[in-house]
Every structure is written in structure tokens, then in C-alpha cells.
Ligand binder design. Structure first.
Ligand code: SF4
Length: 382
């Protein structure tokens, strides 16, 4: 069994007002110390089960803004991971990048470092929307970043888009999609803007400074995304993700399939499958505290929980239901030792009767209507 590795780089040039990730605005950052801390944590973790002796299937370097780091730092982390664990021949190695932080030399350096997939936070191609979102880049920065990435040899490239931004129109959503598709990425993610507690936008919303679109308007925008992207050659394969077959984000499939992943870095989460359940833990969120602990002890855990088999079964269902093809009943039974009907038959009956869940060819998946009500359906399995 190979595993997926997530590495969190928590620094950003500025904090976007909608962002609830563990990201910290900084004009300088302790890049060497942080890199060393991540390597120290990796060395310690891969001595232990279930990671010891297993090779790496995918690496995702996310943040924050990992593209602020020099390619040499990213290379140090990847080289050490490969040296200690080995890596599958076709491993996917993704770097998240802010279009405002890259140039030809940096992207060529990342390619040489071993990165073979980029994920650009484009968000929109409308300057006013980008300003409203607090982004440091403009539409032309994204266009240039993608051109440069293609020239540097990145064939696998994702663009993130955000819709239902206050002030955005349906035509604007469509136009953003068309602008993204014109750049010929092999993968597009489109997320509905959310207003999470603790963000600047959440405070603005509470004070009445901005207005959130109502659920009907948001549903119309989501329907537009689901209609336009497939029509332009990007079939939907997950609630927020679109790509031709074979171009799915393999690292993220690890999460949606409920498989094990090792997270390194400030605030990173990990999940190790054990029997039908598993163990989940998360690191200290503060970058300075993380550096100190990981460097000194190789461990920077801030908390953990044991996931029992029943809880893991619920998580398996709602994570897999994010995928358009859902999950195979036989996979559920093989993993949890009981049939889906035995564990969730009573709880899911109304969802099937209401046409929100579909059972077809021994698989279970969400219907189109179910996609729109996904969050409330997932809550049924928690
Ligand atoms: S660049 Fe990304 S991680 Fe950083 S603050 Fe903005 S949304 Fe958050």
C-alpha cells in the first residue's frame, strides 16, 4: 500500500478576507527553518506504522502559498521524501501556486524539483471580483502564469475558480469559466464562496457590509457551472471538480476515497486507516511553534482522535458521495465487514425514496437534486 503525502506551507503575502485556511500574512518567512522542520517531521513519521516501508503515491504541497518558497526548498523536501520512502513511478506531485508569485525561472525550477502538476488559484478573470476577494493578482497574471507553466513543461494544471461572489452575475460565472477553459488547463475546480467564522468576510456579513447570495441564486450559479464546464470538455467528477477521464486530481481522490494520508507542516491533518476505523491527528497551527516542536521532537501534534468503525463507515459514505460515481457496495462491505443496508439502510431509505440517492449497478451515488442538497445528505451519515 502506498500513501499520499500532504505538505502545508502556511505563509501568504496577504490574507484574503474569505480565507479560513491556516495561512499567515508575512513579508518574510523562515524558509530554511520551516523546510528543515518538515523534513524532521517526515523522518520521524516514516519510522512508524503505517508509513514505515510504504512508498509515496502522491504529494500535494498546499497552503498558504507554497509558490513563495524557492524551488531549492521544495526540492529538499521532495528529495528527502523520495530518499526515505521511495515514490511510485507515476506519482503525482502537485504544487499550489498563486499566479502573482511565479515567473518562468521559478516554474522551471519547480519542474526540475520534481513537481509535475500545478494548481493555480485563479479564482476569477474579472479584475473587480479579484480585488473584492483581496487577491494579489490580476487576470493577466493568471494568463501569463499558465503560459509560462506550459512552456516549463507542466502538462497537468488545475485552475481554481470561485463563484457566488457578491456582485458576480450568472454571465460573469460563465465568462470566468470560458476564460479558464481558453487557457487549456487539464483540470478545473469551481467552489461556491462560503463565509466561514473568523474570516474578514464573515465579520462584514454580520455587520451588513456585504450581502450573501440567497440559496436559490447560489443554486442557479452552481447549475451554470455544472452545465457549462462539461459542455466545454470538462466533465464533472466531484462536487467541485471537473476534468476529462484520467485527469482527475489523484491526491484528492485519496481524501474522497477515505484512504490514509500523512500531513506535514503547521496545522496539517493526517489520517491512518487501522482496521475498519483509524486514527486522525492534527499539528500545531502556529508556524513558529510548529517549527520548534517538529525540529526538536519530529512530532508537532496538537490533538488526535480514534475513529471507530461506525464513524469511519459514515465518513466513507459522505466522502465517496462527493464523487459523481459514488461508491461500490462491495467496497463498503469489504472495508467494514457489514453491508451498507445493514449499517445505513434505515437512515438512507428516505433519501432513496426522495430521489436524492440513486442505487444503480451495485453502486450508490447522489442524484442531480442530491448534488444541490449534498451538505444536508452528508449530515445524515455523520
Ligand atoms: S492566497 Fe490562498 S491561502 Fe493565502 S490567504 Fe489567500 S486564499 Fe488563503
Amino acid at each position: 500500500m502506498s500513501f499520499s503525502l500532504y505538505i502545508h506551507i502556511p505563509y501568504c503575502q496577504s490574507k484574503c478576507p474569505y480565507c479560513d485556511f491556516n495561512s499567515h500574512a508575512a513579508t518574510s518567512w523562515p524558509e530554511d527553518d520551516y523546510t528543515q522542520a518538515v523534513i524532521a517531521e517526515f523522518r520521524r513519521r516514516v519510522e512508524q506504522a503505517p508509513w514505515a516501508g510504504e512508498s509515496i503515491r502522491t504529494i500535494f504541497i498546499g497552503g498558504g502559498t507554497p509558490s513563495l518558497f524557492a524551488p531549492a526548498s521544495i526540492a529538499r523536501i521532495i528529495d528527502e521524501a523520495v530518499r526515505l520512502s521511495g515514490i511510485d513511478a507515476d506519482a503525482e506531485i502537485t504544487l499550489e501556486a498563486n499566479p502573482g508569485t511565479v515567473d518562468a525561472a521559478k516554474l522551471a525550477g519547480m519542474r526540475t524539483a520534481g513537481v509535475n502538476r500545478l494548481s493555480f488559484g485563479a479564482q476569477s478573470f474579472n479584475s473587480d471580483i479579484l480585488k473584492f476577494l483581496g487577491r494579489i493578482h490580476g487576470p493577466d497574471d493568471t494568463r501569463e502564469a499558465v503560459r509560462v507553466a506550459h512552456r516549463a513543461g507542466f502538462e497537468r494544471l488545475n485552475l481554481d475558480l470561485i463563484f457566488a461572489v457578491p456582485g458576480q452575475t450568472l454571465a460573469g460565472v460563465r465568462s470566468d469559466i470560458e476564460s479558464a477553459v481558453a487557457l487549456q488547463p487539464d483540470h478545473i475546480s469551481a467552489y461556491n464562496l462560503t463565509f466561514e467564522e473568523g474570516t474578514g468576510f464573515f465579520a462584514d456579513l454580520k455587520r451588513g457590509r456585504i450581502r450573501q447570495y440567497g440559496s436559490d441564486e447560489q443554486a442557479m450559479m452552481y447549475a451554470t457551472v455544472r452545465e457549462v464546464l462539461p459542455a466545454l470538455g470538462y466533465p464533472m467528477y466531484e462536487i467541485s471538480n471537473y476534468a476529462p477521464r484520467g485527469h482527475e486530481a489523484r491526491h484528492n481522490l485519496t481524501y474522497w476515497r477515505g484512504e490514509s494520508y500523512l500531513g506535514l507542516g503547521a496545522g496539517a491533518h493526517s489520517f491512518a486507516r487501522m482496521g475498519a476505523g483509524g486514527r486522525r491527528w492534527w499539528n500545531d497551527r502556529n508556524p513558529a511553534a510548529y517549527i520548534n516542536r517538529a525540529t526538536a521532537e519530529g512530532i508537532a501534534e496538537a490533538g488526535c482522535e480514534v475513529v471507530d468503525g461506525r464513524t469511519a463507515a459514515g465518513e466513507f459514505v459522505f466522502l465517496n458521495l462527493r464523487l459523481c460515481d459514488g461508491f461500490a457496495l462491495v467496497d463498503f462491505e469489504r472495508r467494514f465487514g457489514e453491508s451498507f443496508d445493514t449499517v445505513f439502510g434505515a437512515r438512507s431509505a428516505a433519501l432513496f425514496e426522495g430521489g436524492l440517492l440513486i442505487r444503480e449497478r451495485d453502486r450508490i451515488r447522489l442524484s442531480d437534486r442530491g448534488l444541490e442538497l449534498a451538505d444536508s445528505i452528508f449530515a445524515e451519515f455523520v
